[in-house]
Design a protein around this ligand. Structure first.
Ligand code: C2E
Ligand code: MG
Ligand code: MG
Ligand code: MG
Length: 281
């Protein structure tokens, strides 16, 4: 019996290992090879100012065209990429690809505004991050002020002191920093003042209930007031209808990123959007 123990144990653990765990392991390996094979695609979602009707910029949002899993959105693989550390390479891949496509739109005179990139905190605190970023900007040939980095409020405020140095270096390059999913984390007001943050992105969950939900309204009013008093820009995420756009505009937030204006779209479509939107506005 003792001889068989190892084998039995193996069978025992194999059965215990859920399908989900296998899928995770499998997906982790697939993320790594997917980066190598360039299976990740960057979509872009325009950001619009409702009072000027201008395109102020766009956010790069990654998608995965996986041979085994099909076309999947970040909700399914970003958390795993963060947990396993492959987010570092994935975010660099996205930056590289997006900077290149964005540079072409600038060169074509399409006036795309700024480019927002989502970054995991692990990326920001890497020693070589600032030189990587400035190298890519130089390659792109555009002004550093065209680039905005988005970090979630939750991740940044989890340990704001570790980020201060790198954020100051990023700021001195001329790159902007935006706090994503604002309202879902716990910001320390003193850090909000101390860190070189230039914009708050109101989380979609507070926009959803507008214009009817009184609690969402109260939260959104508070965020807008906070931004105004700290002299920060503000943008609302996830506006899906005109009522939300009008309501938020009245409260003092006129920058929007949401399905009402456009869903995230692939590069070729963004290229057309930049041309068509201008032609019609
Ligand atoms: P996020 O940075 O807060 O991006 C906004 C998300 O809201 C996007 O989802 C976008 O498609 C969605 N959205 C925008 N407007 C609307 C709307 O009107 N209605 C609805 N229903 N949804 C809207 P997506 O593309 O699935 O991305 C989810 C999250 O994944 C992002 O949230 C971001 O945290 C993360 N992510 C995406 N791309 C990257 C990346 O390249 N690197 C990193 N580290 N994270 C990324
Ligand atoms: Mg974002
Ligand atoms: Mg967000
Ligand atoms: Mg989000």
């Amino acid at each position: 019996r003792a001889k068989n123990l190892g084998r039995n144990n193996f069978q025992y653990y194999s059965k215990e290992m859920t399908e989900e765990a296998f899928e995770r392991l499998n997906m982790e390996a697939n993320i790594r090879s997917g980066i190598q094979n360039e299976e990740f695609i960057v979509y872009y979602q325009p950001q619009i100012n409702s009072s000027t009707q201008q395109i102020i910029g766009m956010e790069a949002l990654v998608r995965w065209n996986s041979p085994s899993l099909g076309f999947i959105t970040p909700g399914r693989f970003i958390p795993l990429a963060i947990a396993t550390g492959s987010i570092i390479d994935l975010d660099r891949y996205v930056m590289k690809k997006a900077f290149k496509e964005f540079a072409a739109w600038i060169d074509e005179g399409l006036d795309p505004g700024h480019l927002s990139i989502n970054l995991n905190m692990k990326q920001l605190i890497r020693e070589d991050f600032v030189s990587y970023l400035s190298g890519l900007i130089e390659q792109g040939g555009f002004s550093a002020s065209c680039i905005e980095l988005e970090v979630t409020e939750g991740e940044l405020m989890d340990n704001p002191s570790q980020a201060i140095n790198v954020l100051k270096q990023v700021e001195s390059l001329g790159v902007k920093l935006s706090l994503d999913d604002f309202g879902t984390g716990y910001s320390s007001l003193s850090y909000l003042k101390k860190l070189p943050i230039s914009k708050l992105k109101i989380d979609k969950s507070f926009v959803d209930g507008l214009p009817f939900d009184k609690e969402d309204e109260a939260i959104v009013r508070a965020i807008i007031a906070l931004a105004q008093s700290l002299n920060l820009d503000i943008i609302a995420e996830g506006a899906e209808n005109l009522q939300q756009v009008d309501f938020l505009s009245q409260l003092g937030c006129s920058n929007f990123q949401g399905y009402f204006f456009s869903k995230p779209i692939p590069a070729e479509e963004m290229h057309n959007f930049l041309i068509e939107y201008r032609r019609s506005h």
